[in-house]
Design a protein around this ligand. Sequence first.
Ligand code: FES
Length: 133
Amino acid sequence: MGFERVSVAKMEEVPPGSSRLVTVDGREVALFNVGGRFYAIGNRCPHRSGPLVRGQIEKVSEGEEGSTTLAVRCPIHGWLFELATGRGLTRDGASTPFYPVTCEGGEICLGAAQGESVGPSKPVSIEPGGMTG
Ligand code: FES
């Protein structure tokens, strides 16, 4: 896309446990601070464009080894997306772009989007919210 790295916010503007919507290259990006580590993924859920910036952060277990990954749950119908990669964890093929994050001089900088928003590869049923906590 049209940039290699762009500053989107000051670190103190996004304290641990918070999120912020920023616009990069004309696209909405959801920026999260989870325990002092920053993550940035496309804000619009590939299902029905729910705002992932308002989603709940969860630790999700994957595979038989029980490895865990951090994910955001879409506030509309509850699909899950891995924060580090934008990979959809709820439906095969449904993912959102992610943006590599670096911090320099107190600024949060994003690299160009990796991957594209990909919708579900097969018809899906819509589930009610299921939000917890
Ligand atoms: S809009 Fe995100 S799961 Fe439906």
